[in-house]
Design a protein around this ligand. Structure first.
Ligand code: BGC
Length: 417
């Protein structure tokens, strides 16, 4: 009886037959989750693994968007020093898989039914050549506004539905002496905001053509010029000290009421959550004006490296824990994202989380779910970096006009392809 029970437990924990005495009981993880909300979310994972007897070896590399982390990862991999797993975004997973350094989690995926529960948009990046090489942790989306409710009430603002409404709202904040728009002047933040501006300016089909298909006609179109005009307009509402500011400090400005709104992925909600702020009373989450119905997504994946035999059981434990339904709920409630499985109830999520889950499903069903170019899901890293660079130069005045920005963008993307 006891024996049966033990075998049953081993099967349930996903460690069946894999664990043996010499296994290294440690998970080494490279990631860029260093803000308050991110660290709180990561603690959920550390806790789950500790319960299974796995120690956590942390390799944090600060810097939202993960550029610094990816540089560190490259060096580790080049030295043959593979972590058990690394946080990665979309096309980066595919690059490492193509380089032949990823492990194979297909057996675990089969046992756990990932094929059925993980949406196709994520499988495109977590399965390479028929093999599962990464475990998707969540789905984030970038076309959101995060608004301080007290400031909104003070200025008598209402939900902006169009770009012009948004500008009118920002004007109200300005007139009231509040910084209208909290932005961190780092290229990935500026480009993440621009993803939403392009979708709002050109609509869903245009976003897809320009930002996912890299269609040259769209990239050099008047609509793209207009998108840069709209970006320039938004930048006029930013405070003078924005250069180099970290994203979570921009979120803190909104949390404290020093600014009205931040345009950011829903990891920003993790910061509100960590500060014990509730949607509806302390803050408001709206879709970026003019993007209702569409979702620009990214997903954090744990890319699984081809580690030595004695570290494979730990990797399987990590992957199994990551995609368990209970973890997908508990982690994403804290992280601000939504589950990477379609069968996780929204019960424990706040109003913004419930909206995020519903929006994702509707966008997916309606063909309006698009990869974020700024966040590694629109095109391979070289193209994404070229895009971030041009957007940032425009925001900081090194590229002066929208005409010039479009010319530079087409050229930079072409060179990077
Ligand atoms: C990641 C998020 C993270 C954010 C800021 C994004 O690239 O997908 O998980 O919270 O960067 O660090």
């Amino acid at each position: 009886m006891l024996r049966k029970l033990l075998i049953g437990t081993a099967l349930a924990s996903g460690l069946a037959f894999a664990a043996h005495a010499e296994d290294v009981k440690e998970v080494q993880m490279l990631h860029w989750w260093t803000s308050g909300g991110e660290a709180a979310a990561l603690n959920v994972l550390k806790g789950d693994l500790a319960k299974e007897g796995y120690a956590w070896k942390d390799v944090p590399v600060a810097g939202g968007g993960g550029d610094a982390a990816m540089t560190a990862l490259k060096a580790m991999v080049a030295a043959g020093n593979y972590p058990t797993a690394s946080q990665m975004l979309g096309y980066t997973v595919l690059d490492y898989a193509a380089a032949g350094v990823m492990g194979d989690l297909t057996e675990t995926a089969k046992k756990e039914g990932w094929d059925k529960s993980v949406p196709a948009a994520l499988q495109k990046f977590s399965v390479y050549d028929g093999k599962w090489v990464a475990a998707p942790v969540n789905v984030h989306s970038v076309n959101w506004l995060w608004i301080n409710k007290a400031v909104m009430d003070k200025i008598g603002g209402t939900e902006p539905k169009t770009f012009d409404d948004f500008v009118a709202l920002l004007d109200k904040a300005k007139a009231a002496g509040v910084t209208p728009l909290a932005l961190g002047g780092q290229n990935w933040q500026e480009a993440t905001m621009f993803d939403s501006v392009v979708l709002s300016t050109g609509g869903p089909d245009f976003y897809k053509k320009a930002m996912n298909d890299l269609d040259e006609e769209s990239l050099k179109s008047d609509t793209m010029k207009k998108s840069f005009d709209n970006l320039a307009k938004l930048v006029t509402y930013v405070d003078p000290n924005f250069s180099g500011r970290d994203w979570n400090l921009a979120t803190a400005m909104v949390i404290k009421g020093d600014a009205l709104v931040q345009v950011m992925g829903d990891w920003a909600k993790g910061e509100f959550h960590a500060a014990n702020k509730a949607p509806g009373t302390d803050f408001l989450c709206y879709r970026f004006p003019g993007t209702d119905g569409s979702v620009i997504y990214n997903s954090d994946m744990f890319g699984m490296f081809n580690v030595p035999e004695d570290r494979k059981a730990a990797q399987i434990a990590l992957a199994t824990a990551t995609l368990s339904k209970s973890f997908q709920s508990a982690f994403n409630v804290v992280k601000g994202s939504v589950p990477a499985r379609t069968d996780v109830p929204d019960t424990d999520f706040d109003a913004c989380g419930k909206k995020g889950i519903a929006d994702l499903k509707a966008a997916n069903d309606g063909g309006k779910l698009f990869g974020s170019l700024a966040q590694g899901y629109g095109a391979p890293p070289a193209v994404a970096n070229a895009y971030k660079d041009v957007v940032s130069k425009f925001v900081h005045g090194q590229i002066k006009t929208s005409d010039e920005a479009v010319t530079e963008l087409v050229k930079a993307i072409d060179d990077a392809k």
